[in-house]
Write a protein that binds this ligand. Structure first.
Ligand SMILES: Cc1ncc(COP(=O)(O)O)c(C=O)c1O
Length: 393
């Protein structure tokens, strides 16, 4: 692929490059310590030790017990295990039939709750968000019923970066005796993951969002939480996630999590400064532009915008021609641009919603990257506007 030298990657909420120290930590587990960790022989035991060491590292970072960590093959799978596992366990014990979630969850949660409703007769209440993408804890409290078995609220939104009031929601769930699941895939390495403070019972993470490998995630499962496995097979991961363990992946996830957590505070300060420069610069330079998501209670690396009267996908493609990689939540369906369900749920008008742009910073970015975006983005938006329709507000 033709990657220009000046290429600037600003799409870290989509995925991150693997930290070279993580690659190095994983290296022995492809063809030296390669055995099945379930095997009784010495080769197998070496793999089993590595897996349990990785689990211990994760537990130390998250301040929980190793037995509360279930390795999965992705963040999506971790969310599926949490939701289906908790819902089916509640069904089996006759505890109830109702799940509370939000209107802005990632599809890993949204489509799983859709399926629980369509195929398994669960009732789903989706709590709305305000125009900044925030859920009101009072709305969660009002949605909980005697037959509610699970509340699922993402810690931070992938598209608009808004961080939810986790401590308050967690307290409500604990007081009402309802399990609390959070999709923290976007939060790891960017926010403190205080399981006890947030009263979280189930939390999904994905290694590739924090400089680890793709295809490995984890679900934190608070002790004494019963889950029915979402997939069936052998007894791996204490019977909660069958399938031969990805030892290299688990080592990679654990190493990445440790590294990202060690550097989190300093990196957060650095990225927040760059993010705020970017936000200020773009809002100043581009007329009819607005920040989407919360202005302050947002992920430190995350800047997202709506530009009235342009198509976000066109902006993404034009920026790509300039060697800058970003993303848009808007998608083209049958030739027509459509705003994302997240912006729609936030009440952003269509003319603005189709012009969405997400810029997510990472370790390799610095002020020169922000300056380059500020140099090339305003003329791109101006050019596209001159070609396109006018904004109808
Ligand atoms: C909020 C959120 N949840 C879940 C996922 C899915 O994670 P994975 O790519 O590991 O399946 C993503 C990935 O984009 C995400 O942003």
């Amino acid at each position: 692929m033709n990657t220009p030298n000046h290429h600037i990657y600003l799409d870290h909420s989509a995925t991150t490059p693997v930290d070279p120290r993580v690659v190095e930590a994983m290296a022995p587990y492809w063809n030296e310590i390669f055995a099945n960790n379930e095997s009784a022989h010495t080769f197998g035991q070496a793999a089993a030790s590595a897996l349990e060491e990785a689990r211990q590292t994760v537990a130390d970072v998250l301040n929980c017990r190793p037995s509360e960590i279930v390795f999965t093959a992705s963040g999506t799978e971790a969310d599926n295990l949490a939701l289906r596992g908790a819902a089916w366990a509640a069904r089996q014990s006759g505890r109830g039939n109702h799940i509370v979630t939000t209107t802005i969850e990632h599809h890993a949660v949204g489509h799983t709750t859709d399926q629980l409703r369509a195929l398994f007769d669960f009732e789903i209440t989706r709590v709305p968000v305000d125009e900044r993408g925030r859920v009101a804890p009072d709305d969660v409290a009002a949605a909980i019923r005697p037959d509610t078995v699970l509340v699922s609220v993402m810690m931070a939104n992938n598209e608009v970066g808004t961080v939810q009031p986790m401590v308050k929601i967690g307290r409500i769930c604990r007081e009402r005796g309802v399990l609390f699941h959070t999709d923290a895939v976007q939060a790891a390495g960017r926010l403190p993951l205080e399981l006890d403070n947030m009263n979280v019972d189930l939390m999904a993470l994905s290694a590739h969002k924090f400089y680890g490998p793709k295809g490995v995630g984890l679900l934190y499962v608070r002790r004494n939480t019963t889950l029915i496995p979402a997939i069936t097979g052998g007894g791996h991961e204490r019977g909660r996630r069958p399938g031969t363990s990805n030892v290299a992946g688990a080592v990679g996830l654990a190493t990445a999590l440790q590294l990202v957590e060690d550097g989190r505070v300093a990196e957060t300060i650095r990225l927040r400064r760059l993010r705020d420069q970017l936000i200020k610069g773009i809002l100043n330079a581009i007329p009819e532009s607005r920040l989407t998501g919360h202005p302050t209670t947002r992920l430190p690396h995350h800047a997202s915008f709506a530009f009235c009267g342009v198509e976000g996908e066109s902006v993404v493609l034009d920026l790509d021609l300039e060697g800058i990689a970003v993303s848009s939540g808007a998608a083209c369906a049958e030739g027509e641009a459509e705003p994302s369900f997240v912006l729609t749920a936030m009440g952003i008008p269509r003319d603005w919603g189709i012009g969405s742009l997400r810029i997510t910073l990472g370790r390799a970015n610095d002020e020169s990257d922000v300056a380059r975006v500020l140099e090339v983005l305003p003329p791109i938006v101006e050019r596209l506007r001159a070609r396109g329709r006018m904004c109808s507000r």
